[in-house]
Design a protein around this ligand. Sequence first.
Ligand code: G6P
Length: 369
Amino acid sequence: ASLELGPYRHFMQKEIHEQPRAIGDTIEAVIDNGAFGAELFGKNAEEVLRDIEGVQILACGTSYYAGMTARYWVEQIAGIPCTVEIASEYRYRAAVANPKQLIVTISQSGETLDTMEALKYAKSLGHDKTLSICNVPESAIPRASKLVYYTRAGAEIGVASTKAFTTQLVALFTLTCTIAKLRGRLDAEGEASYLDCLRQLPGSIQHALNLEPQIKAWSDKFAPKNHALFLGRGVHYPIALEGALKLKEISYIHAEAYPAGELKHGPLALVDEQMPVVVIAPNDALLEKVKSNMQEVRARGGQLFVFTDEDSQFGESEGVHVIRAPRHVGVLSPIMHTIPVQLLAYHVALARGTDVDKPRNLAKSVTVE
Ligand code: G6P
C-alpha cells in the first residue's frame, strides 16, 4: 500500500488531491468533442434524450447528494422538472411512472443493491429511458441501463467517497447541458461559456486544495466536539449535506446539515457557544440571505466557520472564522466548495485518530440490503 500511497498518509487524502486529474479525465470526452451532445452518452442517445419530460434521479449515500446538486442545474439550465430520491425509498413505494421521464441512476461502484433494485423497479413500471453515471466500467448498473456516462475518477479505495462525488457532478453538469441543448435552451454563446467553466475547473480545484493548511488549522477546534451543524442554501445546500456526511463517516462527530433558511424552524435551538457551525457561503445571489442566517447563529453565541470566495467581501470577527477560495467559479461553484469540506473532515478525523480509510461499521460498496 505504501507504494500506491506515494507521499500521502491515507487513500482518502490521496483521492482528495487527485481531483484535478480525475475531473480533467472525466471532462476529456466533452472537451475533445468541443461541444455538449447526446453522443457522449452512448449509441442512439439522442433518441432517448430528445423528448424527455423530466428527470428522476435515484441513488444512495454520497451519490444521492450529487443527484440533489444536479437537480438545481437541471431545472435552471435545462428547464425540465427534476426529482431526486433515495433508491431504497423509491424501490418500495407505489411510484407513479411517467415513461417520458429519464431515469438517472448514480453509483460509484455500479453494484449498490438498492440502486440496482430501484432501477429494476423503474423499468417494471414502464420506464425505458435509463441512464447511469458510474465509475466502474461494465458493472451491473450501467449494464442494466440504456445510456451511460463513465466518470474517470480511477479506483476509489477510501470508504468515504471524494473524487467519485466531484466527477459525478461534472458528469451531471454535462448531462444537464446536453439536455438543455437538445431542448433549444442553450445557444452557442452559452455553450461556449459552460465549456469554458469545465475547462477551468481542474485549476480552480487545485486552488481550493491549496487551502489545506488553513483548514488543518481549524481541525483542532472541531476535534473535541461532539456535534456540528453545516449550513448552505440553494445549490450549496447539498454540499453542506455532503460535508456533514463526510464528518460523521470518518470522525464520528454527529453532524447535521440544514438549508440555512430552515435554521429558525428547529436547529437554532441547538446553537450555543459549544456548537461549531460550518457555512458554505459563496458570492452568489443568496449570499445576503446566508449572511443574515449567520447573524442568527452569532446572536446565540455559535461559532461560525465560513467557506467563501474572494469576491464575497466579509472578514473575520469574534466567533467568525473565514477561509476564502480565490474566485467565484459561477455555476460550478458547488464542485469547488466540496474540496474544503472534504479536507475538514479528513483533518478532524486525523486529529481524533480514527481509521480514516476504513471507518467503523461502513463498507465501500453495499451489495446487500
Ligand atoms: C456506501 C459507501 C458510500 C457511497 C454509497 C453509494 O455507503 O460507503 O461512500 O456513497 O455506498 O455507493 P455507490 O457505489 O452506489 O455510489
